[in-house]
Design a protein around this ligand. Structure first.
Ligand SMILES: Cc1cc2nc3c(=O)[nH]c(=O)nc-3n(C[C@H](O)[C@H](O)[C@H](O)COP(=O)(O)OP(=O)(O)OC[C@H]3O[C@@H](n4cnc5c(N)ncnc54)[C@H](O)[C@@H]3O)c2cc1C
Length: 457
């Protein structure tokens, strides 16, 4: 590591059990869920207090050691990989829920709290924290803030950004600042919280989060709508939006995904379906049936082959398990899966699916897509069984991004840029915009020590 005595300083601060450098102990921190390789850090620190985080950031600045913040390592773009070595600073032990205020509808939490755990706690009080990444049982709220995580419910409720009222931030060098507020309204100063949300751990370390809560919806209704093809499913989505309906989720599975689910077996995939929507609505108990009937009618008018309503909780759970099993199924049935996370205007989904099919035919690979149709957010999976030449994979990914941008879209909807898409940033953003972001980064981190090699090309 940068300075020979840094490890001694770490041990002095945290003790040997929370300052790791043994290769076996470092191993779990060498990779994440991106599949982008192993990058063992030189040391791992497991702080338990904000004072320890501050001291670690002070030591790293002093010795010019790169620091990579890490939540629970479920990131899909390599943000938590220590690509430059140095110190990996894991927030996993800072996992206390400090306060849940029913009167003010907010929660104050440490960054290492597992997202699903906060949801359970607030729901038991009749409250609701909507952001629901599919990884919610294994990712942290700090990681969600750093990636501005989304999920199926984002169509109605928005992404993590909409729920972050305030942040306590530890800066490189050890200074601590509080940005944002504990109130619902507030416009004082520049929006530093907005800047840090989605900054992938490149600007500051979030040590405490103040999160907005909502009252828990009284009732939920769920149905599957199979369609002949993707354009029909997309028309149903547009019809619902045009009519002002607001399902909480509008999940889309294309024909390629359905084929894989059929091959795997065990899921309720109607034989006639060439595309599928999983629609879920929520609201007041006495209005939910009317909502369900209206959304189902919009699907039928757009060509839904049938409507399969989840008549009980077990059936609803099965529908969601099918959706959550899409990723594992694609992984299991192919030797390699490269997963992208693009967004197009929702009306452009059929055209994007058509262009992806054409690309798959030209390149002789399988491409299967699914995602949050209400937001135009598609997880595009390039699947192959024989190793692909790296130039070919690069050509395919470049083509996916070029088509996305040509349709007015963007490179990432929720997984972030990390190291996975950094080299593609110039396809979307101008050099002036990138220069502006670099100068903001320098204001927070003049020496470029915090999560180097991420996000900005
Ligand atoms: C099966 C699966 C399903 C997923 N589904 C979704 C989904 O539906 N929606 C979605 O948005 N994402 C999804 N993801 C991606 C991932 O779970 C999210 O990006 C999540 O927010 C990462 O949280 P984490 O705690 O694992 O963070 P990590 O992977 O540990 O870190 C992610 C980034 O956040 C930074 N970071 C972490 N903690 C802090 C902190 N306290 N302060 C500053 N920076 C920090 C890291 O430096 C890194 O850049 C999925 C992943 C998997 C494996």
């Amino acid at each position: 590591m940068g300075a020979p005595d840094l490890h001694t300083k770490l041990e002095r601060l945290l003790g040997p059990r929370r300052a790791l450098r043994d290769p076996d102990a470092l191993e779990p921190y060498a990779s994440d869920e991106s599949g982008l390789g192993r990058f063992p850090p030189d040391a791992v620190a497991l702080p338990e207090t904000v004072e320890e985080v501050r001291e670690l950031l002070r030591l790293c600045a002093l010795d010019r050691v790169p620091v990579t913040p890490r939540g629970l390592g479920t990131g899909m773009t390599g943000g938590a990989l220590a690509v430059s070595g140095g110190l990996l600073l894991s927030l996993e032990r800072m996992n206390a829920i400090r306060d849940i205020s029913e009167g003010d509808l907010l929660a104050v939490v440490q960054p290492g709290v597992v997202t699903g755990h906060l949801q359970e706690q607030v729901e038991s009080l009749g409250l609701f924290y909507p952001p629901d990444p599919a990884s919610l049982e294994s990712c942290s709220l700090g990681g969600n803030v750093a990636e501005n995580a989304g999920g199926p419910r984002a169509f109605k409720y928005g992404v993590t950004r909409e729920y972050v009222l305030g942040l306590e931030l530890a800066l490189i060098g050890g200074e601590l600042v509080r940005a944002g507020r504990r109130t619902v309204k507030g416009v004082t100063g520049l929006d530093v919280v907005g800047l840090v949300v989605g900054s992938e751990g490149t600007l500051a370390i979030c040590t405490e989060l103040i999160l907005k809560l909502l009252p828990r919806p009284q009732a939920v209704a769920t149905f599957l709508a199979p369609f002949r093809d993707a354009p029909a499913a997309a028309e149903a989505v547009s019809a619902m939006v045009r009519r002002g309906y607001r399902p909480r989720t509008l999940e889309f599975l294309d024909g390629g995904v359905l084929e894989h689910l059929r091959r795997k077996g065990g899921w309720p995939v109607p034989a006639s379906a060439g595309a599928l929507l999983l629609v879920e609505l929520d609201g007041e108990a006495d209005g939910i049936e009317a909502q369900l009937l209206a959304a189902a009618a919009a699907c039928e008018e757009s060509g839904a082959v049938e409507i399969l309503v989840a008549t009980d909780e077990a059936r609803r759970r099965q529908m969601w398990e099918m959706r959550r099993n899409v990723n594992p199924t694609l992984k299991e049935l192919h030797r390699r899966k490269v997963s992208e996370d693009i967004v197009v205007p929702r009306s452009a989904i059929p055209e994007m699916v058509r262009r992806l099919d054409a690309l798959a035919a030209v390149e002789q690979v399988t491409i299967a897509s699914f995602g949050h149709a209400g937001d135009g957010n598609l997880h595009v999976n390039v699947l192959f069984d024989e190793e692909l030449a790296p130039e070919k994979l690069e050509r395919i990914l470049t083509a996916v991004f070029r088509e996305t941008l040509a349709l007015g879209g963007t490179l990432s909807g929720e997984h972030g840029i990390g190291i996975a898409k950094r080299r593609f940033m110039t396809l979307e953003q101008s050099s002036a915009l990138l220069a502006l972001q670099r100068s903001l980064k320098r204001s927070f981190d003049p020496e470029g020590l915090l999560n180097p090699g991420k996000l900005l090309p």
